[in-house]
Design a binder for this molecule. Structure first.
Ligand code: GCB
Length: 628
């Protein structure tokens, strides 16, 4: 038995010994629902993507903990609550201190998983695994100058991460698609360090997303892990964009890690800008500056980005930012004050060729190659925030983006923790991407049934989104309602709270057969732009038949042709995004021979071959683009 006197609470003061057993237990269990928790949590610095980082990507050792034997004891008390003191978590890196130690697990000699990466596609037996896996990475570190900070940054972990550095708990994060960070300055030591992460991807009713979705629940450390070294005063956040009311003026702010007195500079040589913001015992100062030089507005045709450099004291960070405005006026969508039509497509963050989560820039480029071939100028990144390569590349390639959070189908609307979790994911997505010119729409929900509780939940989310970013549009993928005689509308009360009215519709697939589209009309009397956020049909690539043979490319193609005509009859339509770019894995889709665990609504097959509908849409977009 290890001595408890040397034991340091992994969970910080919250779980220290003066608390009673019960309160410790309650506190520790409560932690399962919160988004970030633990005394070392810290805000992710703006543009973590562009900072100098020490990568911890690569091979990590792991073991599968199907019965959670390393997290809970036999009466389901978490081990890492110190008052219970069942285990010295200094041994969490899985190595015995001496030969008298009884230990039943070890990372030494354990197999390895690649980070970033999902575990499902890396190990055959883990394809369907949903549960806990423990990961370890050893890394070397030399002492930090006392005035420096060391952040441990995760691009995303699905779904819950319990993070330990040298046996001490850094914290917990829940939510599978957004970045998080811990300040581990006080946890690291000179020499070899051990980083252990327990990843748990079990689905839960109260989680966001909830337990029922139509995509693969890839588990693991799916995005990059790195160390970020920062001076004490650093640029925590900034926003730089055009003033929507004056296209010659920059608007924004700079926020520092702490209150500060002194100058902060923002430089852009190409724009001829050298701005000094004087901080006077302040943490955040706003920015407003006229651009006197002529410059190129960012657009899909000219995705011009300008280099900006921000510096304060010893900190310096650079970013490439496109300058544009977006707003809705009446039935129109105005990009840089000119009407734009969104020639779109939906996508999951998945590589169909490899049957796994996207992890790299190359994976993202693969999706963009198809999107560019389609002559699209817009993507809906469904149904959760995608990795940061997507908005970065979209900025450089001139693709407009809709980003969304996984408030999908049946969220636990009345559960406070569920709301808190959704709001945190929304804030983290907005905060990560609020300098990306490609992102024009934040979407708050997908196909959520119309109830009073859901309206309360979504209204609160919309209010939050508007408080964080007034420069982009809000939307949600809603359901249409049938008025009879082939006329459809949106009567969802949440449409009042969005800037763009969007709806998913599956006429000809889930409802009837494609000819129903020939007499379908959409009517929406309010002066708002309309986006059709989904339509589509399943087709097995290479399977041919006539236009009424379900699952054939011909059926899908016929549905596309008829849907495109139906869409042309929608007066307020400013764009659409068919479902979906490529076939994707989904456990809901088990039709033998045809589906085999894949949703086949892609217009690109699992092997990368274009289906007939791809060419139909491509031709439509070519024509649409000519008419611009
Ligand atoms: C939808 C959902 C999407 C599904 C799709 C389908 O409406 O938004 O997540 O995958 O339908 O294929 O049924």
């Amino acid at each position: 038995m290890k001595s408890s006197s040397s034991y340091v609470s992994p969970n910080g003061p919250f779980c220290q010994s003066k608390l009673t057993f019960l309160s410790v237990l309650t506190a520790c269990l409560l932690a399962t629902n919160v988004t970030v928790w633990g005394q070392h949590e810290t805000t992710v610095p703006q543009n973590a993507y562009g900072r100098n980082k020490i990568s911890l990507n690569g091979n990590w050792q792991y073991f599968v903990d199907r019965y959670e034997a390393f997290f809970y004891d036999f009466v389901r008390v978490p081990f890492d609550s110190s008052a219970i003191g069942k285990r010295d978590f200094a041994a969490l890196d899985g190595r015995a201190k001496d030969k008298t130690d009884r230990y039943e697990y070890s990372f030494d000699g354990a197999k390895e998983l690649k980070v970033p990466g999902d575990w499902n596609s890396q190990v055959q037996e883990l394809l369907h695994y949903e549960g806990s896996i423990w990961y370890r990475k050893l890394f070397d570190h030399s002492d930090l100058p006392i005035e420096n900070k060391l952040l441990l940054y995760f691009g995303a972990v699905n779904y819950r991460a319990d993070v330990y550095v040298n046996g001490k708990k850094a914290g917990i994060h829940t939510g599978g698609f957004t970045p998080f960070a811990f300040d581990i300055s006080e946890l690291v030591k000179s020499g070899q360090n051990s980083l252990v992460v327990r990843v748990d991807n079990k689905r839960a009713k109260e989680a966001v997303p909830t337990d029922v979705t139509d995509w693969w629940n890839y588990g693991g450390i799916t995005r990059e892990v790195s160390l970020i070294k920062l001076p004490n005063v650093y640029v925590q956040d900034y926003q730089i964009q055009l003033n929507p009311e004056n296209l010659k003026e920059l608007l924004g702010y700079v926020e520092l890690s702490t209150e500060y007195t002194g100058p902060v500079t923002i430089k852009s040589e190409e724009l001829g800008l050298w701005i000094t913001l004087d901080f006077n015992n302040q943490q955040k100062v706003s920015l407003k500056k006229r651009i006197n030089k002529p410059f190129v507005l960012w657009s899909p045709e000219h995705p011009k980005r300008y280099d900006f450099e921000l510096s304060v004291s010893e900190d310096r960070i650079t970013d490439k930012i496109g300058l544009r405005t977006i707003r809705a006026e009446g039935n129109q969508l105005l990009l840089n004050e000119k009407p734009i039509f969104l020639r779109g497509i939906c996508a999951h963050e998945e590589n169909p060729l490899k049957g796994r989560r996207n992890t790299s820039k190359d994976d993202a480029l693969q999706l963009f190659k198809w999107v560019k071939d389609l002559n699209a100028n817009y993507m809906r990144l469904a149904h959760y925030p995608h990795n940061e390569h997507m908005p970065r590349l979209a900025d450089s390639l001139g693709i407009l983006l809709w980003e969304e959070i996984p408030v999908y189908w049946t969220i636990d609307w009345t559960n406070k923790e569920t709301y808190h979790n959704a709001e945190k994911q929304l804030s983290d997505m907005i905060s990560r991407d609020h300098n990306r010119s490609s992102v024009i729409i934040w979407s708050l929900a997908n196909e959520t049934p119309n109830t009073e509780d859901r309206l309360v939940f979504l209204k609160k989310l919309a209010k939050k989104a508007r408080s964080l970013d007034q420069s982009r549009l809000l939307s949600a993928a809603l359901f249409k309602q049938n008025l009879g005689d082939g006329v459809y509308t949106i009567s969802d009360p949440f449409a009042e709270y969005t800037d763009v009215v969007s709806f998913n519709q599956y006429l000809g697939w889930y409802e009837s057969t494609p000819e129903v589209l020939d007499n379908a009309y959409f009517k929406f009397d309010k002066a708002k732009p309309v986006i059709v956020s989904e339509f589509g049909a399943g087709a097995k690539q290479g399977f041919r038949g006539d236009s009424l043979t379900r699952w054939s490319e011909d059926y899908q193609n016929d549905l596309y042709k008829r849907t495109l005509k139906f869409l042309d009859r929608i007066p307020n339509l400013v764009g659409f995004s068919p479902w979906i770019l490529a076939d994707f894995r989904s456990p809901r889709r088990q039709l033998p021979i045809i589906q085999e665990g894949w949703n086949r609504k892609g217009i690109v097959g699992q092997n990368g071959t274009y289906k007939q509908a791809f060419y139909t849409l491509q031709e439509y977009y070519n024509e649409k683009n000519k008419k611009r």
